[in-house]
Ligand binder design. Structure first.
Ligand code: FA5
Length: 362
């Protein structure tokens, strides 16, 4: 650090070359100090140290170097001093430059509040959970109770008590997955929610009005409308004077509540060993609006639900008096309902967990 309190002679400066080097060193010292000044306080201290009127370095140079300078150096000292002063004044007039280090540090940490935020997606309930909820709410409003049942069943509840003895050909309607047990054939994954009809009636006397949402399993080949594990909602209503008209009325109500007035329904005679008469409920295809396409297998309709009046033989298994009681039952495919309602053209989309698909149903 050049000591400006000493005279040129004391510093050993005797010619113009040495003088030039001395001022060059001074300028470097100042520049270094200016670059290190981090805030307003340090900047002010820098100004006082170099340009302060009473004891700043410029003042000291004037007093200690210029005034007593020998005649041959006086002019050069004056010139260098003026140049140094001009440089100091120019630098000190621009504080941001002097605080370059501080500015650079602040810049690195700068937060641009005008930048768009990072969107964090909130998870959504799976579309099937939402649809299951909606179906339940509709039936709850007209007096049905929601009940639950086991997914692992016995052949008795899945078949026999539903009027399908061991050698009944109707068992072939459902490709069954059996659970490996020491005695083969003892347990199976329920192929439909209908076993809960039996379990409920065994325990409860009429009037009965239940729906049973749950998962069922079949050895079906997956395609656009078939999965090997899917949801059904079983419905059962038994009382003293229930007719097929009641079923039709309940279905119409449900379809209008769930789909709105646009989707049409139709019943088609069908066969189930545990209902008589039996029907399949179809909804008009949303893709082709009835013209025929891949989704509806060119028929214009998508099967939603198997149904019918409870076969009197079933009452025999649960101890109900078939002469006194009558009722209807139905079993609907939940994925098919969701497909129809939301225009989903492949059932497999429900199970692939692709967030681009799932996110659509907020
Ligand atoms: C039954 O499962 C009967 N238990 C329904 C029933 C209940 C009839 C009560 C009478 C009284 P079905 O096999 O047709 O029926 O299946 C019912 C519904 O499940 C079908 O209408 C369809 O919507 C849906 N479904 C059937 N198989 C599949 C599958 N592999 N993938 C997705 N949905 C299916």
């Amino acid at each position: 650090m050049t000591d400006t309190r000493k005279s040129l002679a004391e510093l050993g400066i005797v010619d113009a070359v040495q003088l030039e080097a001395l001022f060059a060193a001074l300028r470097e010292e100042f520049d270094r100090a200016a670059a290190e000044a981090r805030d307003g306080t340090e900047w002010e201290a820098l100004r006082v140290a170099w340009a302060g009127r009473k004891a700043g370095k410029l003042r000291q140079i004037t007093e200690n170097w210029l005034k007593p300078a020998p005649p041959e150096l006086k002019r050069a000292v004056g010139q260098h001093l003026n140049e140094l002063r001009a440089h100091l004044e120019a630098t000190l007039a621009k504080p941001p430059q002097a605080g370059a280090a501080a500015v650079a540090a602040a810049e690195a940490e700068r937060v641009d509040l005008s930048l768009p935020g990072i969107e964090r997606y909130l998870g959504v309930r799976h579309i099937l959970s939402q649809v299951l909820d909606e179906i339940q709410q509709i039936f709850l409003r007209i007096g049905f109770t929601v009940v639950d049942g086991p997914e692992i069943e016995t052949p008795y509840y899945n078949f026999e008590a539903l009027n399908m003895p061991a050698d009944h050909p109707a068992r072939d309607m459902w490709d069954t997955l059996y659970v490996e047990t020491p005695r083969p054939g003892e347990l199976l994954l329920r192929t439909h929610t209908s076993p809960m009809q039996i379990r409920w009636m065994e325990e409860h006397q009429p009037p009965v009005r239940i729906i049973v949402p749950g998962k069922v399993y079949r050895h079906d080949n997956p395609d656009a409308t078939h999965a090997f594990a899917f949801y059904q909602v079983e419905g059962l209503a038994v009382d003293t004077d229930i007719t097929f008209c009641d079923f039709r009325g309940v279905m119409d109500y449900f379809v209008k509540e769930f789909f709105g007035p646009k989707v049409k329904t139709r019943l088609q005679p069908s066969y189930f060993p545990f209902t008589e008469p039996s029907a399949d409920v179809y909804g008009s295809c949303f893709v082709c609006e009835g013209a025929g396409c891949r989704l509806c297998k060119q028929s214009g309709w998508i099967e939603l639900c198997g149904a019918g009046m409870v076969d009197p033989a079933v009452y025999g298994f649960v101890g109900y008096d078939a002469k006194k009681f009558s009722g209807f039952a139905f079993g609907m495919g939940v994925e098919r309902m969701a497909m129809l309602k939301y225009g989903i053209n492949d059932i497999q989309l429900f199970f692939q967990n692709d967030v681009r698909f799932l996110r659509q149903f907020r």
